[in-house]
Design a protein around this ligand. Structure first.
Ligand SMILES: C[S@@+](CC[C@H](N)C(=O)[O-])C[C@H]1O[C@@H](n2cnc3c(N)ncnc32)[C@H](O)[C@@H]1O
Length: 308
């Protein structure tokens, strides 16, 4: 587990259950799920899992469980979901997913080599120590199994407004302060190598938004400058100008925001045709029965900004 608390309020998705209205985060995931870009990159992650009937897959930080059920439909594999949030785990169960656990990615309650493939979609950007969580994913993946991770990389953001210096500062705030690891996704292949994964591939997919209401209001872009000003990182005048610059771009018909997501996939070393035993599934069900929770998770202050 990480030892130091974050130096700034963390993004709401670092601790969903600590939010005043955790249900709105479920709604936020539903909004994004409905976006064609999200459907497209998610479908590609399902392919990269190389899962098939008889396989057991883990979706870490699986949120509402919609992805887990989509993977089951797309591949015929059985999928377990582990999420640190009780709200999300309950929602995934409510939506009909059978194998759901509240569990933290730092310490997964599964024996080594439990899964044929594991996946983390927009999760590692939120954890304090991504390499530690990645190591845990590798541990629970069988030799020769697949590990697939995807995150946006906010170092790649662009937006068309008339003040480029201010745009850099606001987008930099989103990248460097609003998220713990907002600029990590392009470094994920390096982390995969450090975690011992082999045959690592990386695929970029760029989200380009022209409709300012799409992608949950482009993930809150209009509010980022005000949040920066509230933290003393931007002047009140610049914060007030930011939404007007965006509105001017919209009114001129030239609004454009873009950010690249990197999907990274690799293989656990020592490949074989070994299949995880039914012990893993039985273990998940036993854990569910015990309502396993980690008592030592440190509640963390969270940002008011919910977009994931
Ligand atoms: C941005 S949401 C993504 C949800 C889902 N993967 C999707 O693509 O819709 C991040 C999810 O990761 C979960 N999460 C955050 N930190 C976690 C951790 N340390 N271990 C397990 N889950 C975590 C959150 O509760 C949340 O459900």
């Amino acid at each position: 587990m990480p030892s130091a608390p974050p130096p700034f309020p963390a993004h709401a998705f670092t601790d969903v259950d600590a939010q005043d209205d955790a249900a709105r985060l479920v709604h936020c995931l539903d909004l994004l799920q409905a976006e064609p870009f999200y459907a497209g990159y998610k479908a590609r992650t399902y392919e990269l899992l190389a899962a098939r009937p008889g396989h057991l897959v883990l979706d870490l930080g699986g949120g509402t469980g919609d992805d887990a059920r989509a993977i089951e439909l797309a591949t015929g594999a059985r999928v377990a979901l582990a999420d640190s949030s009780q709200t999300m785990a309950a929602e995934a169960k409510r939506r009909g997913l059978g194998r759901v656990l509240r569990a933290d990615g730092y310490r997964l309650p599964f024996p080594s080599s439990s899964f044929d493939a594991v996946r983390a979609d927009r999760v590692l950007q939120h954890v304090l120590e991504p390499l530690a969580v990645l190591g845990e994913l590798v541990r629970v993946t069988r030799p020769g199994g697949r590990v697939v991770v995807v995150d946006p990389d906010y170092a790649t953001q662009v937006v068309d407004v008339d003040d480029h210096q201010l745009a850099r500062r606001v987008l930099g705030f989103r990248a460097d302060v609003m998220l713990r690891h907002g600029t990590q996704a392009h470094r994920m292949p390096g982390l995969f190598g450090r975690a011992g994964l082999v045959n690592v591939v990386v695929e970029p997919m760029t989200l380009v938004v022209r409709n300012p209401e799409a992608v949950d209001g482009v993930m809150g872009l209009w509010t980022w400058a005000a949040t920066a000003a509230a933290r003393g990182l931007l002047s009140a005048e610049d914060a007030e100008r930011w939404p007007r610059l965006l509105d001017a771009a919209v009114n001129a018909g030239r609004f454009l925001y873009a950010v690249t997501f990197f999907i990274t996939a690799g293989g656990s070393p020592g490949g074989s045709d070994h299949r995880p035993s039914s012990r893993a599934v039985t273990g998940i069900e036993a854990e569910q029965a015990r309502h396993h929770e980690h008592a030592d998770r440190r509640p963390e202050p969270a940002d008011a900004e919910p977009r994931g």
